[in-house]
Design a protein around this ligand. Structure first.
Ligand SMILES: NC(=O)c1ccc[n+]([C@@H]2O[C@H](COP(=O)([O-])OP(=O)(O)OC[C@H]3O[C@@H](n4cnc5c(N)ncnc54)[C@H](O)[C@@H]3O)[C@@H](O)[C@H]2O)c1
Length: 361
């Protein structure tokens, strides 16, 4: 039998229970530490989930030779220093989205990983585990849409002044790195970018329409994209809507179109009637099943799947399904939208495998 894998969860806020419950579903995995700057938060999760170790300094976790892996569940700006330190200490790392708050953070993390390439380093983007999204990606790869013309994602949601007041890191450039784009829309930007095979260049604009005096970052943003495959794309996102949560992913090609909204197919229309029927049936069969109680509905059911994959990757010495390098491209897209707004021009994204220096402002 495989030896017990010991993990630590760093950051004991809203998302931490989804990590802990997901680890605790897995045989041979023990959550050994709950760590938070606020001892009361770490203690509360330790008591709730029977975790033996509690600490306020993540370096205590990294000094524990029994710890194999850490989940980084803190604010965006602290992802890079904590993940880099964990990799340097020889721990496998699963870091929440957004992988980093800026390009300097990305560089810090990947320098640390380059020195320890045998460690599994993954970024949480749990919606990639949604069966419908995997199916749509396969359809794109099989050429089912013909020449893809446009693809886009739209997020309409509401984040109130109370939401931003509750945690000081949110809505700040220094600690969140933005707002609606880098926090809420990033999930759907990631799906779009992943399914379409990456972004070559983009332009973008953002503004603060209803959160003036509440946050310094954007509550509304748009972007025009050109994907690496030549198709064009759009992103629009706002957290000022009267609609609580609505996300749409649309792919439109010369031979067919799919529009997906809040977990359901809104439109499936292919040139071939047989394909329309087959895709409609396949998408209807793609149901995500919640296996933990901690996740809010809009987190989807991906945390248990991604954490199981992370653990299997560690045990099998293989790459994870969402390598940090893939999560990096999505952050680069978001950072490039901010940079394109400031520079008032189209920006080229780093090609696969290149560093993201150019959009570092
Ligand atoms: N994947 C998802 O669906 C999803 C959903 C929600 C949040 N998130 C992500 O999870 C991360 C955390 O979000 P949250 O909503 O749980 O935030 P939160 O503010 O509720 O919790 C963050 C916790 O980290 C702690 N912390 C900060 N710096 C620390 C440090 N150096 N050492 C130890 N603890 C530290 C804070 O005290 C706080 O308790 C963010 O990156 C966020 O974007 C992801």
């Amino acid at each position: 039998m495989a030896r017990t894998l010991n993990v630590a969860v760093i950051g004991c806020g809203v998302i931490a229970p989804a990590h802990i419950e997901s680890y605790q579903l897995l045989p041979g995995v023990r959550v050994r530490w709950a760590c938070d700057l606020l001892a009361s938060k770490a203690r509360a999760l330790a008591d709730r989930y029977g975790i033996p170790g509690v600490c306020t300094d993540f370096r205590d976790v990294l000094r524990d030779p029994a710890v194999d892996a850490v989940s980084v569940c803190t604010d965006h700006a602290s992802h890079a220093p904590i993940s880099a330190a964990a990799l340097r200490a020889g721990k496998h790392v699963l870091c929440e989205k957004a992988l980093a708050a800026n390009a300097a953070g990305l560089r810090q993390m990947f320098r640390a990983h380059a020195a320890r390439p045998g460690l599994v380093f993954s970024g949480v983007l749990q919606h990639r585990f949604d069966p419908a999204m995997r199916y749509l990606k396969r359809l794109v790869e099989q050429g089912a849409f013909g020449a893809i013309l446009t693809a886009g994602t739209h997020l309409r949601c509401l984040r109130t002044a109370d939401y931003y007041a509750a945690d000081t890191w949110r809505g700040t450039w220094a600690r969140e790195g933005g707002a609606v784009l880098i926090n809420q829309a990033i999930h759907f930007i990631d799906l779009l970018v992943w399914i379409m095979g990456g972004v070559a260049m983009l332009s973008g604009a953002h503004t603060n329409l209803t959160h003036k005096g509440v946050i310094e970052t954007e509550d509304t943003a748009v972007a025009s994209l050109q994907f690496r495959n030549g198709a064009l794309g759009v992103i629009d996102a706002t957290c000022s809507s009267n609609i609580a949560w609505e996300h749409t992913l649309a792919i439109h090609g010369s031979d067919g179109a799919v529009e997906w909204r809040n977990g359901c197919a809104l439109k499936v229309a292919f040139a071939s009637r047989a394909r329309t029927t087959a895709v409609t049936k396949a998408l209807a069969a793609c149901v995500e099943r919640q296996t933990i109680s901690a996740a809010k509905a809009h987190y989807g059911a991906g945390h248990p799947a991604q954490i199981a994959d992370f653990v299997q990757a560690i045990r099998a010495h293989r790459a994870p399904f969402v390598p940090a390098a893939a999560a990096r491209h999505t952050v680069e897209v978001v950072l490039a939208i901010y940079a394109a707004h400031h520079r008032r021009r189209w920006l080229r994204l780093p090609a696969r495998g290149q560093a993201a220096d150019r959009n570092d402002e």
